[in-house]
Design a protein around this ligand. Structure first.
Ligand code: LLP
Length: 429
């Protein structure tokens, strides 16, 4: 089984030739491999064997209805951060009773909607929010199931914009304040059912150590919360990192069989092997909230080279995708491999910047990177763009959002149409 690989000189997604998709549907174009998504979901599920657990896919990573539907049919729960995400999950056939609702700024409308839909738990980020949830639930004559997010003050060693588990981050409640908060809540907040505890220390973690540190630190807390307040679940969050940097080896890319490198020793099997023994005897249901791990390497963004511009200092390959389509390089210095759709005939490489058409110097996909040659008219794939790609795309510079395609074997389905110029002004008066 394979996700993205060259076959007879063309880059394929499963059994579909990406050049054909680019020709048929135009670019920029997001393409996802259903097989990869399900493979990753199943591997994580299997790695957690031995613990009562549920994978609650973090919808924010890729919220296309067809991706959600695919995961729902394979038994996933969902971690949502807005009323909009809950709406999507329900539209895709997901079960609200398997949804957790995270985020520091839930509005009244969102709380009411989630209560009415009967979600599994609100993952609450402050005492103020817990009190407000109690108030709103009371007005509706309902009981709100809740878990508080603990901030364990553990360094995730990731980019500062996606690190969340340190005291200086806006997320969660201080580790030292949690026990008292649960005591106060069970005494004073009659419309709250304390159902669990939640944590999430950051995203794109590439070593196991911070996960172990956080779990070990929180075990005594969660054990005493279970004894005292009868909580039933512990969500250990998401954050499992993926491999973004990968070289073309002997002309072929096989995202399924890639082994971790020395600097990124985290595999999903290692994750399970380290965490399962620590979690299995707690008598709690363990929730996982992976986003990137499930969809990151399952998606690519196809783009066409428009021009080559040779400046005095640099050579720029100008492509038709921009930072509005994939913002990760501009926002997090994210690295995405750039691979020609037609396998390069020679091993020749040149140092180039690949840039988009947006009027900002931050609009680049790579700088001074040695890449195989490609020319105006050629297509390339920005790899590992399945997570935080389309979902973070915008209409900046009045550019219509790209189309999205889901590949299953030899079948490619348009799962979101490319926006038209009319779509751009829809709703404007
Ligand atoms: N749970 C919570 C509470 C979260 O805040 C997040 C991600 C996740 C789960 C899923 O994390 P994952 O397994 O995907 O690492 N846009 C950034 C990533 C932002 C992550 C925000 N929170 C990027 O492109 O790198």
């Amino acid at each position: 089984m394979h996700g993205f690989s060259y076959k007879n000189g063309s880059l394929f997604c499963e059994d579909v030739d990406l050049s054909t998709l680019a020709a048929e549907h135009g670019t920029p174009l997001y393409v996802y491999s259903a097989g990869t998504i399900i493979d990753h979901y199943s591997r994580l599920d299997a790695a957690m064997n031995g613990v009562d657990h549920e994978v609650a896919y973090a919808v924010k990573a890729n919220s296309n209805l067809s991706v959600l539907r695919l995961l729902a049919t394979h038994g996933a729960g969902f971690d949502i951060v807005s009323g909009g995400e809950l709406f999507r999950v329900i539209k895709a056939g997901g079960d609200p009773a398997h949804c957790t609702f995270a985020g520091v700024g839930k509005t009244r409308d969102e709380i009411v909607y989630a209560l009415e839909q009967g979600i599994y738990s609100f993952n609450v980020e402050s005492e103020e929010e817990l009190r407000y949830l109690n108030e709103v639930a009371g007005e509706l004559g309902m009981i709100a199931p809740a878990a508080v997010r603990v901030n364990p003050n553990v360094d995730a060693h990731t980019h500062k914009y996606i690190s969340t588990g340190k005291s200086e981050n806006k997320f969660g409640v201080d580790f030292t304040a949690i026990a008292d908060l649960y005591d106060r809540a069970s005494r004073d907040l009659p419309n709250i059912k304390l159902r669990g505890l939640q944590m999430h220390i950051g995203s794109q973690l590439t070593t196991i150590a911070p996960f172990i540190e956080a779990v070990e630190k929180v075990i005594p807390l969660v054990t005493s919360l279970k004894e005292k307040h009868g909580i039933e679940f512990w969500s250990i969050g998401g954050g499992i990192g993926i491999i973004y940097k990968h070289s073309l080896e002997s002309g072929s890319i096989n995202w399924w069989e890639r082994q971790p490198t020395e600097e990124r020793p985290l595999t999903i099997e290692r994750y399970g092997k380290e965490l399962v023994p620590r979690l299995k005897d707690l008598g709690l249901k363990i929730l996982l909230e992976p986003g990137r791990y499930i969809v990151g390497n399952a998606g690519v963004l196809l783009t066409k080279c428009l021009y080559e511009k040779k400046g005095s200092a640099k050579t720029f390959k100008i492509v038709d995708a921009g930072m509005n389509d994939l913002i990760r390089p501009a926002l997090y210095e994210g690295h995405h491999e750039i691979v020609p759709l037609l396998e390069p005939a020679s091993g020749e490489r040149a140092k180039v910047d690949v840039v988009g058409p947006i009027c900002e110097s931050g609009d680049f996909f790579c700088q001074d990177r040695e890449l195989p040659n490609f020319n105006p008219g050629d297509h390339v794939a920005l790899m590992s763009a399945g997570a935080y790609g389309f979902v973070m795309a915008s209409n900046y510079n009045s550019r219509p959002l790209p189309a999205e395609i889901l590949v299953e074997g030899a079948t490619a389905t348009v799962v979101r149409k490319r926006q038209t110029l009319d779509d751009l002004i829809e709703g404007e008066l």
